[in-house]
Design a protein around this ligand. Structure first.
Ligand code: AMP
Ligand code: TRP
Length: 344
């Protein structure tokens, strides 16, 4: 990690990604996000941000938010993020995120925000009662990325629209002021399992906010919990098909197979060649063993890290110092560009 706003030449660019400290980390977070981040560390300068400012766009119990912020940090370190080589930090520890977000509130158009599907999903029917923060959430996300002039942003499918908006904001800022302050960040969306669905309903994504804990495998689940949840996972009465086409209209079967493929680093086709014709009961046994073998060691390391919260806080403070060193000069450049008087 270097300070300053240009990535080191030996690396392919600068990555920023964010994760919300709300509820438990689950298999969707691991397969769709964290596992990819671990792999990207070798190739990119990386900043990983635990987005507590985003979290409070919907109500969070303060004690639980604190616990969850440390748990996400522990989960990321346990899964293989190296906080010494990267910046792992908490969003509210770097004031430039919120400061740049305000500038972006004045760049983004209402029409752009009105198209955001995540707002519609999260606000639900009672839109009048959603927080103003939830509405401008994508502007803050754009600030998270652009305050580091990040070139690449690894996200799950569900965040692609927000990343498009960040690009639109970067472009409009550059155009409006006739500058080249911001690069246009590229999404990095890859690998099987980028969209992990609920274990109870194959049409809904696996989510921290699903009220049923049976809908997800948490990174903190032990072997018994994993076995119980996989056993209860929704299926259909047919044996497993021998081709991807045979999964048409079988969302739950497709989801379990996708998870199995992602956990074993194989394609859906390769997995189908192994399990074609099997009953769910046999397949679920295999899936359980695989999930336990992947999540078990992460889970154990998370527990160890969580037993020493002060140590986690120290790691996060170091991460924030690295992040601030990059973000501050970028914010100053933006403030100067828009015509704010320098601070004395
Ligand atoms: P969140 O849990 O919404 O804070 O998301 C953190 C990261 O995990 C983001 O990169 C998401 O795209 C990713 N993610 C969350 N849920 C899923 C899921 N069910 N499948 C795949 N990726 C997910
Ligand atoms: N909105 C993302 C999510 O819900 C989290 C996030 C916030 C993020 N800021 C980000 C992801 C910046 C990537 C880059 O998953």
């Amino acid at each position: 990690m270097t300070s300053g706003s240009t990535p080191p030449a030996a690396l392919s660019g600068r990555i920023l990604s964010g994760i919300q400290p709300t509820g438990s980390l689950h298999l969707g977070n691991y397969l769709g996000a964290i596992r990819n981040w671990v792999a990207l560390q070798k190739e990119f300068e990386c900043l990983f941000c635990i987005v507590d400012l985003h979290a409070i766009t919907v109500w969070q119990d303060p004690k639980e938010l604190m616990r969850s912020t440390r748990e996400v940090a522990a989960g990321m370190i346990a899964a293989g993020i190296d906080p010494a080589a990267n910046a792992l930090f908490v969003q509210s520890h770097v004031p430039a995120h919120a400061q740049l977000a305000w500038v972006f509130n004045c760049i983004a158009r209402l029409g752009w925000l009105n198209r955001m599907t995540q707002f519609k999903d999260k606000a639900g029917k009672n839109r009048e009662n959603a927080s103003a923060g939830l509405y401008v959430y994508p502007n803050l996300m754009a600030a998270d990325i652009l305050v580091y002039k990040a070139t690449h942003v690894p996200v799950g499918e569900d965040q692609k629209q927000h990343l498009e908006l960040a690009r639109d904001i970067a472009q409009k800022f550059n155009n409006d002021y006739g500058v080249e302050v911001f690069p246009l960040p590229e999404p990095v969306i890859k690998g099987p399992g980028t969209r992990v669905m609920s274990l109870r309903d194959g049409s809904k994504k696996m989510s921290k906010s699903d009220p049923s804990d049976f809908s997800r495998l948490n990174m903190t689940d032990d072997a018994d919990a994993i076995a119980g949840k996989v056993r209860k996972a929704t299926t259909d009465p047919h044996p497993l098909p021998d081709s991807v086409a045979g999964l048409e209209g079988r969302a739950e079967a497709a989801n379990l197979l996708n998870i199995y493929a992602a956990l074993t680093d194989r394609t859906l086709e390769q997995v189908l060649a192994e399990v074609a014709g099997q009953q769910f009961s046999a397949f679920k046994g295999k899936l359980t063993d695989t999930a336990v073998s992947v999540l078990g060691p992460i889970n154990a390391e998370m527990k160890r890290l969580m037993s020493d919260p002060a140590e986690i806080d120290k790691v996060l403070a170091k991460g924030a110092a690295k992040a601030n060193a990059i973000a501050e000069p970028v914010l100053s450049e933006v403030y100067k560009t828009v015509g704010f008087l320098p601070r004395g």
